[in-house]
Design a protein around this ligand. Structure first.
Ligand code: SF4
Length: 230
């Protein structure tokens, strides 16, 4: 006889947020970067630990106090400066290419013009640049001084959303993005979305890790399809 397990209904993102906030509190205050600087920071952050990408960003900023100088940077120079990030070989090429593309399209390496654009159009414009995926585009718009209402989804966030049952198991970040976006409360502003990203990342770094989630200690265990399935 075939057993049919009950399908878990997705739990509201608001309940997830509330329970994580009770555990981890509020994100620390940090200075916002202008969108062009945040764009570079996002490219250095792909699959790289935050402290490593921050140090590499500072090194790059010291060498190029005016980001425009990146347009002429050679692969070897870039490689030497950013070798500590996970995808150094790719981004040693992508960063100067993206800077050149933006200068040729807009006349300067400046992304402030996106301030007045609808989020979807701004995301699409950024995602056409070399090496830019949905996470870099969203972090440029949400984390920077633009403060646009768009959710940043990283690998921690995606893994937890799958375990909670908020998205299907095979979903990529690109596929998960519209599914999770539809579940966001309408009254959440850009700051609430940034806080949600921070909370999910904290959970992924400390409790819901990739290899061994500690469900017994998790503030979401009463909401989680993975934990309920044992
Ligand atoms: S209960 Fe377990 S699987 Fe679910 S979010 Fe928490 S740690 Fe992750």
């Amino acid at each position: 006889m075939q057993l049919h397990l009950p399908i878990e209904a997705p739990q509201p993102v608001e309940a997830v947020h509330r329970q994580l906030a009770q555990t981890f509190g509020r994100p620390p205050e940090r200075p916002r970067l202008d969108p062009a600087s945040q764009f570079i920071r996002g490219m250095l952050s792909v699959r790289t630990h935050g402290e490593v990408s921050r140090d590499v960003f500072q090194r790059l900023q010291q060498r190029f106090p005016n980001w425009k100088g990146l347009e002429g940077a050679s692969f070897n120079e870039m490689w030497n400066l950013i070798a500590d990030i996970t995808l150094a070989e790719k981004y040693a090429r992508y960063i100067p290419q993206a800077v050149r593309n933006i200068i040729s399209l807009r006349g300067a390496f400046d992304l402030d013009f996106l301030h007045d654009w609808p989020v979807r159009s701004a995301m699409q414009w950024l995602e056409r640049l070399p090496g830019v995926g949905v996470k870099i585009a969203a972090s440029t718009l949400n984390f920077s001084t633009l403060q646009k209402r768009v959710l940043v989804i990283d690998t921690h966030h995606l893994r937890i959303a799958k375990r909670l049952g908020l998205v299907g198991p095979p979903a990529s970040i690109e596929e998960a993005y519209p599914v999770l976006e539809r579940q966001l409360p309408d009254n959440w502003d850009a700051g609430a979305l940034e806080e949600h990203h921070w909370l999910m990342k904290r959970l992924g770094q400390t409790i819901c890790t990739a290899r061994a989630p500690s469900c017994g200690q998790c503030p979401l265990k009463n909401l989680c399809a993975y934990a309920k399935a044992g």
